[in-house]
Design a protein around this ligand. Structure first.
Ligand code: SF4
Length: 221
C-alpha cells in the first residue's frame, strides 16, 4: 500500500487508547500533563422537549462563526459579511476566537499542518457547536485528491454537519449551507458534536495517524 493510501485509510483500531476512562496526554512533557483536562468530550444533554425546541430556535438564530480559511475557496466568505449579503441581518457574525464561536467553517483544502490547528480549534469551541465544510477539496479531496500533504475527507477527523460543494462555491451556495444548518439546528438534527463524543477514539486515532508530530493534549479543552 502506498504512503498516500495509508495516510487516508481510516483507522479501525485505536491502539493508543490505554485507559477507557481518562486521557493520558502522554505526548506532552511530564510536567505539563496535568495542565490539561484528561476527560473525554461528552454528549450534549437534552432538556425537556419544549425547552429544547426553544433553545434550538434561539441557537439557529444566533450563529457565531469561526471562519478558518484553509484554502482558496475561503475567499467567498468575505462577500457574506459585506453590504451585498450582510449576514449579520440573518443573525450571523464572525468571531475571532474558537472560544466565542458556535459554527466552524472549513474553507478549502486541508493540509496536514493545518489539520492540527483545525483539531485544536474545534475542540476549544464550546458546545453546542457545528461544522460547515466548504469546497470540494475539504469534502472529498477535490483537485488535491492525490496530494502527499493534504487529507481527502475532513469528516474523518472532525464531524461535519453541512457540506457545501463546488470549486469554488459562490457566496449564495455558502449562504444556502448556513440556511440548511439553521434548519437542522431548529429540528435538533445537527448532531456532529455528539458524534464526536460517541466516536472519539475513532476520530482521535485518525488524527494521530496523519499528524506525526503530536505534541498537544489528547483533548484540547
Ligand atoms: S475546491 Fe477549488 S476553490 Fe475550493 S479549495 Fe479546492 S481548489 Fe480551491
Amino acid at each position: 500500500m502506498s504512503d498516500i493510501e495509508q495516510k487516508d485509510k481510516p483507522a479501525t483500531q485505536p491502539e493508543w487508547v490505554k485507559d477507557e476512562r481518562t486521557l493520558t496526554n502522554s505526548a506532552l512533557p511530564s510536567e505539563e500533563q496535568d495542565w490539561f483536562c484528561d476527560a473525554r468530550p461528552r454528549r450534549v444533554e437534552k432538556h425537556w422537549q419544549v425547552l429544547e425546541n426553544f433553545m434550538n430556535w434561539a441557537r439557529a438564530h444566533s450563529l457565531w462563526i469561526l471562519a478558518f480559511g484553509t484554502g482558496c475557496g475561503a475567499i467567498e466568505m468575505r462577500p457574506l459579511v459585506t453590504a451585498r449579503y450582510d449576514i449579520s441581518r440573518l443573525g450571523m457574525q464572525m468571531r475571532p476566537t474558537p472560544r466565542q464561536a458556535s459554527v466552524f467553517v472549513i474553507g478549502g483544502y486541508v493540509s496536514l499542518k493545518t489539520l492540527k490547528r483545525i483539531v485544536r480549534s474545534y475542540e476549544q469551541m464550546q458546545g453546542p457547536k457545528f461544522v460547515v465544510a466548504v469546497c470540494s477539496c475539504a469534502i472529498n479531496g477535490g483537485m488535491y485528491w492525490d496530494s502527499y500533504n493534504t487529507i481527502k475527507r475532513i469528516d474523518e477527523y472532525i464531524p461535519v454537519d453541512v457540506y457545501v460543494t463546488g470549486c469554488m462555491p459562490r457566496p449564495e451556495a455558502v449562504l444556502a449551507g448556513f440556511n440548511l444548518l439553521k434548519k437542522l439546528i431548529r429540528e435538533g438534527k445537527a448532531e456532529g458534536q455528539n458524534l464526536y463524543a460517541d466516536k472519539f477514539d475513532w476520530y482521535k486515532a485518525n488524527q494521530k495517524q496523519v499528524i506525526k508530530d503530536w505534541n498537544m493534549p489528547d483533548y484540547n479543552w
